[in-house]
Ligand binder design. Structure first.
Ligand SMILES: [Fe+2]
Length: 268
């Protein structure tokens, strides 16, 4: 897929940073494919929703959201240096040392929830090391695994839309790669749910709930449950017949799905 991975020049530094952090990982190629698909899915959905946001922001978010996935860090070190920047290796420590930054986003109480540490570490790094201050970039990164409902409801509608889009794009990308590249069993084909088998549908509200259910898994964590309920209620508003108790088990057993082209990537 490498020939498809095209990013703008302004994000070259983030691409270099991804390479520095992740290149030794056996999943490096998968990681690059994943962030590229997050960008493509985000842009496609933003355009379908007529969201007036600079597309470069989605590119930046895609490139930054998984910078500090723990699998690629060296747990024996606190941090390493790269071009004058501190690259944290222990996300738990890094997040706890920077709760003052999270408090500016009303998130300092939530670092132990299903929000996860790597999204928070990415946002803290962007703020501290790269001077990023744009909430339209920071919130979608911090909330891509699990938005925090009491904070999410205070955000303006554009940022909320961006959070939703990135959360769904992240799951669609992983799901598509699992089916078509890694060939592993999964519960659903999320691309097919959102765009239909013809690719001409757009079941966005349903996609948001399914993505959230996948993220929640069997977790009973309070913020995760609150956010799932939020997406369930949104779907119920447009489809009152939806089952009133949603759970990951309702998505069915994992199975190997047939490979198929996505709306953002044609298989060669
Ligand atoms: Fe991701």
């Amino acid at each position: 897929m490498r020939q498809f991975r095209q990013f703008g020049l302004k994000t070259k530094k983030l691409l270099d940073l991804n390479e520095f952090i992740h290149h030794k990982s056996s999943l490096y190629s998968y990681h690059l494919d994943h962030i590229y698909l997050v960008k493509r899915y985000s842009l496609l959905m933003a355009s379908k929703l007529h969201l007036e946001v600079d597309p470069r922001k989605f590119e930046y978010i895609a490139l930054a959201h998984d910078l500090f996935k723990e699998r690629s860090l060296n747990p024996r070190k606190v941090s390493v240096q790269w071009r004058g920047h501190n690259i944290p290796q222990d996300t738990n420590r890094y997040v706890r040392m920077n709760l003052d930054i999270l408090s500016q986003f009303l998130l300092d109480e939530y670092f132990n929830t299903d929000i996860q540490l790597h999204p928070l570490a990415s946002a803290i790094f962007l703020i501290k090391e790269l001077g990023v201050a744009d909430p339209e970039i920071l919130y979608p990164i911090m909330f891509h695994s699990c938005p925090i409902f009491p904070v999410y409801t205070t955000l303006n509608s554009v940022i909320r839309d961006m959070v939703d889009i990135v959360m769904l794009a992240d799951k669609m990308s992983s799901n598509h790669l699992r089916i078509n590249m890694r060939e592993v069993a999964v519960r659903v084909d999320l691309d097919q749910i959102v765009f239909g088998s013809s690719g001409k549908e757009f079941n966005y509200t349903l996609g948001l709930l399914i993505a959230r259910l996948i993220s929640q898994g069997s977790s009973k964590e309070t913020q995760s449950a609150l956010m799932t309920e939020h997406y369930y209620n949104r779907l119920k508003e447009v489809n009152p017949l939806i089952a009133n108790k949603c759970h990951i088990q309702k998505l069915g057993e994992s199975k190997k799905w047939p490979k198929r082209n996505s709306q953002v990537l044609k298989l060669s």
